[in-house]
Design a protein around this ligand. Structure first.
Ligand code: ASP
Ligand code: MG
Length: 406
């Protein structure tokens, strides 16, 4: 095996304490011993980012986004320095950099900045000088020298973008699970690790609530065709490859089942049924920064209709307030919230060419006497909103019915 350039990203749980940082250092060094060039991206230690967000809230309930970025970027700066020290301790050369130092240039949308370009000269030079290069994930800098962050989970994006820019041979995302599973193994012990999955399926899973990788990072990987290897930082086994196309003898129709218990359902009753009403409601919500997910409008009866939609639970107090105001304005009835819902989804590119998948899903829910409250579909997924208490039964029976178990 020849010499490769490998980008490795270690998430917060992989560097949560001294012992784990030392473990990562050993792992990185084991690749170095095989003569590979390494660019290592790290997240903040454990729950540091969440803790910094809480800390800020104690000082100011509405902190300026520029200052939030200034604050949050410090988490990753701690990790890179400590990892470099741990590698030095093992007798190997390493150098740490912030995002700004390695020229990750972003726009100025603080807390969710987009990467415009990367001037990777500094990284290339350090590699040439025989160093293991360690880069702070999740951060960049504007042309005005303001520090930015790339949205939660943004270290994945740093890794993928660097892999693309450096034309790396491999991009490895190290995490605390063995890879991508057919469903959450904590719910279904029979869940299987998936060997290969497509970018599209992974994107769909990320948007449906699977939390293994940041959605934006997969978009970039797809755009530039950067194959990603998601694997455990605690084990040697290979994990899951995220790639363009999976070639199998027999097409798999459904690849995974996802579950999201983080949403609330809001219903506006007795909405006047005439043109422009839905536009008014959702424009008002969008204008206030609320991003609505699934929307269902019932059949109009007596020139009135009910409209339901889902939002992230964290946004539901704000959403309720705005929705109640609009409801009054347009002459609608009550606004109700149901926080005890869950979204269960089936995902698979094979759905495109196989009829009857939706029917099979609904049948499984029906047999288990689970009522479907809302349905939405995309090219490669079908989602149902059900009552939360049935969530685990739904996941398990769908996992079984679509033959995903071991
Ligand atoms: N530390 C940041 C976060 O928790 C970035 C990352 O972990 O990728 O969102
Ligand atoms: Mg993190």
């Amino acid at each position: 095996m020849g010499k490769k350039l490998i980008v490795q990203k270690f998430g917060g749980s992989s560097v949560a304490n001294v012992e784990r940082i030392q473990n990562v250092a050993k792992r990185v060094v084991s690749y170095r011993k095989k003569k590979h060039d390494l660019v290592v991206v790290v997240s903040a230690l454990g729950d540091t980012t969440d803790e910094l967000i809480e800390l800020a809230a104690k000082i100011n309930q509405h902190p300026a986004e520029r200052e939030m970025d200034m604050l949050l970027s410090t988490g990753e700066q701690i990790s890179v320095a400590l990892l470099a020290m741990a590698i030095h301790k093992l007798g190997f050369e390493a150098i740490s950099f912030t995002g700004a130092q390695v020229g990750i240039i972003t726009d100025s949308s603080h807390t969710r900045a987009r990467i415009i370009k990367i001037n990777a000269d500094k990284i290339k030079e350090a590699i040439k000088n025989g160093k293991i290069v360690i880069v702070a994930g999740f951060q960049g800098v504007t042309l005005n020298q303001d520090i930015t962050t790339l949205g939660r989970g943004g270290s994945d994006l740093t890794a993928v973008a660097l892999a693309k820019e450096l034309k790396a041979d491999e991009c490895e995302i190290y995490t605390d699970v063995k890879g991508i599973y057919t469903t959450d193994p904590r719910i279904e012990p029979n869940a299987k690790k998936i060997d290969e999955i497509t970018y599209d399926e992974m994107l769909e899973m990320a948007s449906l609530g699977a939390q293994v990788m940041q959605g934006r990072s997969i978009e970039v990987a797809k755009k530039f065709d950067v194959p990603i290897h998601v694997r455990s930082s605690f084990e040697k086994d290979t994990g899951t490859m995220i790639i363009k196309e999976v070639k199998k003898m027999e097409e798999v129709v459904v690849s995974a089942i996802t579950l999201n218990r983080g949403e609330s359902k809001i219903t506006i009753c007795d909405v006047p049924d005439h043109p422009g009403v839905a536009a008014k409601i959702f424009k008002e919500l969008a204008g206030n920064g609320v991003s609505v997910d699934m929307i269902v409008q019932n059949v109009g009866h007596l020139r009135q209709t009910d409209i339901s939609f889902t939002v992230n639970k964290t946004a539901s107090p704000k959403t309720l307030k705005i929705t109640k105001k609009v409801a009054k304005k347009i002459g609608a009835g009550q606004v109700l919230e149901d926080a005890d819902i869950a979204r269960v989804s089936i995902v698979g590119v094979g759905m495109k060419s196989h009829p009857g998948v939706a029917a099979k899903m609904f049948e499984v829910l029906a047999i288990n006497k689970i009522n479907i409250e809302m349905i939405s579909t995309s090219d490669i997924s079908i989602s149902c909103i059900i009552q939360k208490r049935f969530a685990e039964t739904a996941v398990k029976s769908l996992h079984d019915k679509f033959g995903l178990g071991k």
